[in-house]
Ligand binder design. Sequence first.
Ligand code: E4P
Length: 287
Amino acid sequence: MKPLNLKTRIFLDGGNADETEEIINLLGFLDGQTTNPTLISKNPEARERLAKGSKFSPEEIIHFYKGVVRKISAMIPRGSISVEVYADPSTTADEMLRQGKEMFSWIPNAHIKFPSSKEGLKAAGEAVKAGMRVNLTLCFSQEQAAAVYAATLGAKRGDVFVSPFIGRLDDRVENGMDLIANILKMYQKGDGHVEVLTASVRNIDHLLYAIRLGSDIITVPFKILKEWGEKGLPMPGEGYVYKSAGLKKMAYREIDLSKKWQDFDISHDLTVKGMEKFSEDWNALIR
Ligand code: E4P
């Protein structure tokens, strides 16, 4: 059962509905799930098919993704399921929006993931105006999170998530958890319409510290959620200390949230690399 003092929503980060079922049975609850092209490419059914040398046609892969998302949605009908558009660095906002609209119709509880790039933010801004829920992924800086806030102004709380990627920052010795703390602090000056979804979680400490910081949502890979569940859902106590030794501090910056989103410096090499890797993994599934 969900600990009574756990306010943060816990999502599973994965592309396999069997894992969703196992986690619901183990934890006794699950608040949602995030998927992405890489996670879908790791789905056992997709792997099996590829191992037999039979890649998907462009129509078949969309049908497959829809099927996975529908199974997951049926298991978490009151939660949120994030579905990610195909976006390589040259994909236009119009193309992302077209895909997003289709994906949004697959299930009643979708958040559509767009990259925190110029075209992604443009698409997300249009999407919220059209009444869609969005999740801005591949966020690596406070400026990108500020731009997400500005690009989606007018949307109601619950309809917009921003996903800062912790593990990928840690991988290059920057303290990803600082980014979570900084964005939460910056958003305190706003209207509260964007929720912080801690992503790219690599260990239980990321999970515990994100809970301690008050992240609205955390998406956690199967292995780590299983470990947390098997340990009896431990919570970070008052004196909890996150060990960030060896990681470079990401300093807090005063940012004016009332600027236009186009006026923020949203460029980040990890966003571009992330889009390249997601599209590469997706394209590898298609003949
Ligand atoms: C979830 O929304 C993200 O796509 C995911 O957490 C990324 O994790 P990774 O950095 O381990 O690939």
